[in-house]
Design a protein around this ligand. Structure first.
Ligand code: UN1
Length: 511
């Protein structure tokens, strides 16, 4: 079937019904949603006003006051039930992600799997919110640290991972004893409606099975910038986790710090890979292809810069060009497609403008053109491979599209220097079988990114590690490892169980 003949509005309705969302939630409103697969409308949602958002935060704060008193492992039980709902809904929700974002089927499903995984992780964590016991210098004293719930956690998510990013934050926030208020991207509110419905189902089951939970533990706000601003400025939101562009982070970060609120910022990436003389080129080809072309270049971890050693350049680059020329582009819902559409016209315009700039800077472009597929308002492009003489111009910026800039290098240290010479610092990789190069890359003088990989591409991280990056990427960490600590407040407690009052540092104060 041609893309223009697809009736995704009907399928969206069917999926949303199956996922428990009533039609009144996504019809007759002002926020129009189009599927990038066809470029046609699939929903029109009612939007919250700024004052409704204020009220929602007050209510969420009350929910927090109740929820923080529930023992953490019991809070984990709610997240376990959420994980169960997600397992049952995996195929419908994955399909809806594919329709709303244009991800290929396995990536739509993979996104839901990422949600299930973080729920599992958070359930385990709910019994491991450990603090330290610390040696004290005073006799008959004990010093320890306690981790306490923080408050309402604001979540601002981007279109490209419309539901997984919510879950990284919400699953942790909930087991940590917080309530959450979520503002999804205006481009992808339908999957958010579905996730909210699944959460409410889990909450209902939790309560039916005897659990104590307030009803407004997780709130969804549909709207634009004004609603996001309420989350950023509200004094009862002590933490906002925001994913999006560096431009957005520049506005959100200072506003949060102005009121001494915490932020977890996941902003732009400009991820690179260094391909060394000993690299396994078959493996490299696959790693580069997935990281650079997958998700149509619309991951914050997408591979955007490639430094190839001169000794393997002429072996690898023609093979890459061939892969770029033959990769299957088109309807992401069809089996066999590897590259779906860009999110919208703006993304296409941005891509074309970056390619023009690259040409002006001496770049040799392969691909990048629009692939019509008979879909007028949908934007399918052939991923672009751009051989650049130097790292300059658009190479230093993140363009959210499938453009891979390729540069030749001679000296490893020089490549490393160029690798780190961009303002962003999210993810990175090296392909080598030389132990010294690999270890140097992951060492203190190696990659300056939050994620540094050896013999795999920079994208597609598992949830078990802390996810985030340095420099203009914003410095936040979400997901695994000890990222949970950002969602709690730490108290240092000293207890005197003796009958005297020795003062620290030997101070004498006898009244
Ligand atoms: C993003 O693009 O915003 O590591 C997140 C990855 C995914 C998450 C990407 N697990 O590519």
């Amino acid at each position: 079937m041609t893309i223009s003949a697809l009736d995704l509005a009907t399928e969206t309705k069917k999926l949303l019904t199956e996922l428990g969302v009533g039609a009144d939630r996504y019809t007759g409103g002002t926020l129009r949603v189009t599927s990038p697969v066809t470029g046609k409308e699939i929903g029109a949602l009612k939007e919250h006003s700024a004052s409704e958002a204020m009220d929602a935060i007050e209510v969420a704060h009350k929910a927090f006051l109740e929820w923080r008193a529930v023992p953490a492992p019991k809070r984990g039980e709610l997240v376990r039930l959420l994980g169960e709902e997600l397992r049952l809904a995996k195929s419908a929700l994955g399909r809806l992600v594919s329709i709303e974002v244009g991800k290929i089927t396995s990536e739509g499903l993979g996104e839901v799997q990422e949600m299930i995984d973080i729920c599992d992780f958070a359930v385990g964590l709910s019994r491991q919110l450990y603090g330290l016991t610390i040696a004290t210098e005073r006799s008959e004293h004990r010093m320890m640290e306690s981790w306490h719930p923080l408050g309402v956690v604001g979540i601002i998510s981007a279109f490209n991972f419309p539901v997984a990013v919510w879950s990284w934050n919400a699953a942790l926030a909930l087991v940590c004893g917080n309530s959450t208020v979520w503002k999804p991207s205006e481009k992808t509110p339908l999957t958010a409606l579905a996730v909210q419905a699944l959460f409410e189902k889990a909450l209902k089951r939790f309560v039916a099975e005897g659990g104590a939970a307030p009803s407004n533990l997780s709130t969804l706000l549909i709207g634009g910038r004004d609603v996001g601003e309420v989350l950023v400025d509200h004094p009862k939101v002590p933490l906002v986790s925001a994913t999006g562009s560096t431009a957005m982070g520049r506005v959100v970060g200072p506003r949060l710090s102005q009121r001494f609120a915490r932020s977890i910022l996941e902003l732009g990436g400009n991820n690179a890979a260094i391909i060394c003389p000993t690299a396994d080129l078959d493996l490299t080809l696959r790693g580069v292809a997935f990281s650079a072309m997958g998700t149509a270049g619309q991951r914050c971890t997408t591979l955007r810069r490639l430094f190839v050693h001169e000794s393997v350049y002429d072996k690898l680059v023609p093979r890459l060009q061939k892969a770029y020329g033959s990769v299957s582009i088109g309807n992401p819902l069809e089996t066999g497609t590897l590259v779906g559409p860009l999110i919208d016209r703006q993304a296409f315009t941005n891509m074309q403008s970056a390619l023009e700039q690259a040409k002006a800077a001496g770049g040799k472009v392969t691909g990048g053109e629009r692939v019509e597929n008979g879909a007028g308002d949908a934007f399918y492009v052939r991923p672009a491979l751009v051989e650049m003489p130097v790292q300059a111009g658009p190479v230093e910026h993140e363009t959210f599209a499938p453009i891979l800039y390729v540069m030749k290098y001679t000296d490893f240290d020089e490549a490393l220097e160029l690798h780190n010479a961009v303002p962003q610092g999210l993810s990175s990789s090296i392909f080598t079988n030389d132990m010294r190069e690999a270890e140097t890359f992951v060492s203190a003088r190696g990659s300056d990114c939050g994620i540094a990989n050896v013999n795999l591409g920079p994208s597609g991280a598992e949830i078990g590690g802390a996810f985030g990056g340095e420099k203009e990427t914003g410095g936040g960490r979400e997901s695994g490892s000890d990222a949970w600590k950002a969602y709690m407040r730490r108290a240092t407690n000293t207890v005197n169980y003796g009958k005297t009052l020795p003062l620290a540092q030997g101070v004498k104060f006898d009244v």
